[in-house]
Design a protein around this ligand. Structure first.
Ligand code: FAD
Length: 287
């Protein structure tokens, strides 16, 4: 099924993200994770793509497992280090596997990297156009409620975001955030600037204090005082931190829904217990 159709009619959706393993011998374990999460019947499940593009087969294998577990797969695809030919091959493989949804991303630029030639895509918008020319895919793109780290300012960031939508992105999935106010302001600004497609809120349940440090460094997102206090109090006790992180994420989702946001994407970090507990906490709300 196309994600564009799943997101129609303002229905509440909750989807999951998983990442493929770094080594092939862990693939069965990741597939098991996917099957365990399928019990919660997420609206769709996405699988990330390695920044270097060298493990495209791992992403495809997991997308197929998502499909075989009765869920709609969304395969991520990055372009920064891949040639046009490579992109064509990967998109062809996705098409053959019946994967209809692709999240088109640039990927982070490796240090010292120079775009070698016109056979490489410099921006996600170019990748979106290319994928659209290769088949009947539903294509999504990434967005950043607290601005992409390379952007000069919010206005410029939203202009480029609008360009991605104009190139064919049918939905946007956000970078994680902990401050709902930042996300709600961002969605409002998107609407003012004429971006009408669904903006899916990316929620990262933080279940250990080490994870949050790394996640914040990578994402550039602000952390509310309330969440710092939770980390200070429970950060050294893994089980307590996990419970607090699940409850914080669940409350964050409920608050977003109360403010009219219907589409939620959970960065599960491949932890079925975390994903299932959040879904449990929302069971009546998302019925
Ligand atoms: P772009 O949309 O190309 O934007 C990158 C920067 O360039 C922004 O500052 C933008 O404002 C600017 N820009 C855009 N267009 C232009 C233009 N025409 N001219 C000048 N500047 C422009 N990474 C992975 O490696 N694998 C994944 O699976 C993955 N999944 C992700 C999923 C989500 C939901 C998110 C939010 C991020 C994900 N990332 C992933 C990280 C992502 O690849 C990085 O954040 C990357 O730095 C930017 O990718 P993008 O698609 O947003 O790039």
């Amino acid at each position: 099924m196309k994600i564009g159709d799943i997101l129609k009619n303002n229905r509440v959706t909750v989807s999951f993200e998983v990442f493929p393993p770094k080594q092939w011998d862990k693939i069965e374990s990741t597939k098991k994770t996917v099957r365990e999460m399928s019990v919660a019947q997420p609206s769709f499940m996405s699988v990330t793509y390695g920044a270097s593009g060298t493990q495209a087969g791992f992403t495809l294998e997991i997308a197929e497992e998502i499909r075989d577990s009765g869920m709609t797969p969304l395969s991520h695809l990055t372009c920064v280090t891949s040639s046009r030919d490579k992109i064509h091959r990967v998109v062809g493989d996705l098409k053959s596997a019946g994967v209809e949804n692709i999240l088109a991303l640039r990927g982070d630029i490796p240090e010292g990297f120079e775009f070698p030639d016109t056979e490489h895509f410099e921006h996600a918008s170019e990748l979106i156009t290319e994928i659209k020319s290769l088949g009947d895919f539903c294509v999504g793109a990434a967005c950043y409620p607290e601005i992409h780290p390379e952007s000069k300012n919010r206005v410029e960031d939203i202009e480029y975001l609008k360009h991605k939508v104009d190139c064919g992105a049918e939905f946007l999935t956000s970078q994680m955030f902990f401050d709902n106010g930042a996300f709600l302001n961002f969605v409002e600004m998107c609407r003012v600037k004429g971006i009408e497609v669904p903006v899916i809120a990316g929620i990262m349940p933080i279940t250990n204090a080490r994870q949050i440090k790394r996640s914040i460094e990578l994402s550039n997102c602000s952390v509310p005082e309330k969440f710092y206090k939770i980390m200070e109090r429970f950060g050294d006790e893994d089980a307590s931190m996990q419970q607090a992180g699940i409850i914080y994420a669940t409350e964050q989702i409920i608050d977003l829904m109360a403010n009219g946001i219907n589409n939620i994407h959970i960065y599960t970090m491949n932890k079925p217990a975390v994903a299932l507990q959040i879904m449990n906490g929302l069971s009546e709300i998302i019925k």
